[in-house]
Design a binder for this molecule. Structure first.
Ligand code: URA
Length: 437
């Protein structure tokens, strides 16, 4: 044994920079079991408080990336994926992946499950009866080669170090650390074998980064790591101060994506009411098309993305994806509304505690508190109001779908909605800032 884990934790705790072999000792040791959970937890907490230099972050990223198989799709052209730092009602993957694939870009997407108050693409797709996110790596590669699109969950074969460390961070309050987020995202995306990556870095009350400046710093560090790894990376910094779109919850979010792909309304709402989700999906898909070399600029990419969406080609690609992976879209379970949550104040909606709204959806059954919890596919929340809307006492704010914890959820949602008559804050209503780093 070359080092003692306790000495390395002490070194990092003292604010010193770790050498490459010292970081390797911690990561390899955690994977083979010689560094136990409690020492890794202490190590992660020292990183949380003391940060990591660019060199340490790069080393950590490389070690995590090479902890499993590293795929390569370069023979298919420029393969591109998108990754979001996590949000509430964040369902853009189901719209942008078929758009980019319909534009001819290979999209090998390895997606995650819900984490904390944020939702996950895999949980949404698994509400479609029969749909399998557990393809073998060989089948995943074949499907991307033949159909340009495949979507699977994280496996033990690719980036196992991220899978194990991420689960530990989730239960040790060490998620919101810049170097840990950078290494987690970039290791798994670089292992996926893509050449281009579009990042949706979220800021606001429903994001891990609470301010736009923190999100920009994260975006810059993620882009720098991607460039060092020889990847083309673009970051979109987007607003997460209110849920994206109108629906939060797994089957409800699939329904909302389908409505956008089918160009129609849903559950009494017009298509235009999902415009924030549609706009962000088109920005991200446009950046993917540009990185994939099918458009001469991001703006051209967005126009192409819009045409593909409006022509029905994206819907066709989405249906093809679901069928290829065994899903029966016509059997999507239908959520039933159980009650409304009404305003207890009069005035204007100034802000939301969006993370609390995500946690409320989780309590209804849309997410997990423990990894062993079973999700209720149809549980969720419909947001009836947006920032800037006027409300009276008794105005419905949210519609609940689900049967669990109704009174706690109701109280949480009322507390999470801030109504007053002050002047609007500068950020209210901002949707998206686009930056090519
Ligand atoms: N998403 C990830 O994949 N990793 C993080 O650490 C945070 C968000």
């Amino acid at each position: 044994m070359k080092f003692l884990a306790t000495e390395l934790i002490q070194k990092k705790r003292g604010g010193l920079e770790l050498k490459d072999d010292e970081i390797a000792f911690m990561i390899h040791g955690y994977l083979d079991g010689s560094v136990p959970d409690y020492q890794m937890s202490a190590f992660l907490m020292t990183v949380f408080f003391n940060g990591m230099s660019d060199r340490e972050t790069w080393t950590l990223t490389q070690l995590m990336m090479h902890s499993g198989r590293v795929l390569d799709f370069s023979h298919l052209g420029i393969a591109v994926d998108k990754h979001s730092t996590g949000g509430v009602g964040d369902k853009t993957s189901l719209i942008l992946a078929p758009i980019a694939a319909a534009a001819g870009i290979p999209v090998p997407m390895i997606a995650g499950r819900g984490l904390g108050h944020t939702g996950g693409t895999i949980d949404k797709l698994e509400t479609i009866p029969g749909f399998s996110c557990a393809l073998s790596i060989e089948r995943f590669q074949e499907q991307v080669a033949k159909h340009r699109l495949a979507l699977i969950g994280q496996t033990d074969e690719i980036c196992p170090a991220d899978k194990k460390i991420y689960a530990l961070r989730d239960v040790t309050a060490t998620i919101e650390s810049l170097p840990l987020i950078c290494a987690s995202i970039m290791s798994k995306k670089m292992a996926e074998g893509i050449q281009g990556l579009v990042l949706d870095v979220k800021w606001g009350s429903g994001a891990f980064m609470k301010t736009v400046d923190q999100a920009k710093e994260l975006a810059e560090r993620l882009c720098a790591i991607g460039s060092a790894g020889g990847k083309k990376v673009v970051a979109v910094v987007s607003d997460m101060n209110q849920p994206l779109g109108r629906f939060i919850g797994n089957s409800l979010e699939v329904e909302e994506c389908l409505a956008i792909l089918e160009r129609k309304g849903l559950r009494g709402r017009a298509l235009s009411e999902f415009s924030d989700c549609e706009t962000l999906s088109l920005e991200l898909a446009g950046a993917m098309i540009w990185l994939g070399g099918k458009a001469s600029s991001a703006a051209d990419g967005v126009s192409m993305a819009r045409e593909i969406l409006e022509s029905g080609a994206a819907l066709k690609k989405f249906q093809e994806l679901i069928e290829l992976q065994g899903g029966r879209l016509s059997e999507l379970p239908q959520a039933v509304a159980t009650q409304d949550v009404v305003s207890s104040a009069a005035g204007t909606i100034r802000s939301f505690d969006t993370a609390a709204i995500g946690s409320a959806a989780l309590m209804l059954g849309a997410g997990r508190q423990k990894t062993t919890d079973v999700i209720d596919p149809t549980a969720g929340i419909e947001a009836l109001v947006r920032i800037g809307d006027p409300v009276k006492v008794g105005t419905p704010l949210f519609k609940l779908y689900g049967k669990k914890n109704l009174s706690t959820v109701r109280d949480r949602l009322v507390l999470a909605t801030h109504v007053d008559n002050s002047l609007p804050s500068a950020s209210a209503g901002d949707l998206i800032a686009f930056k090519n780093y």
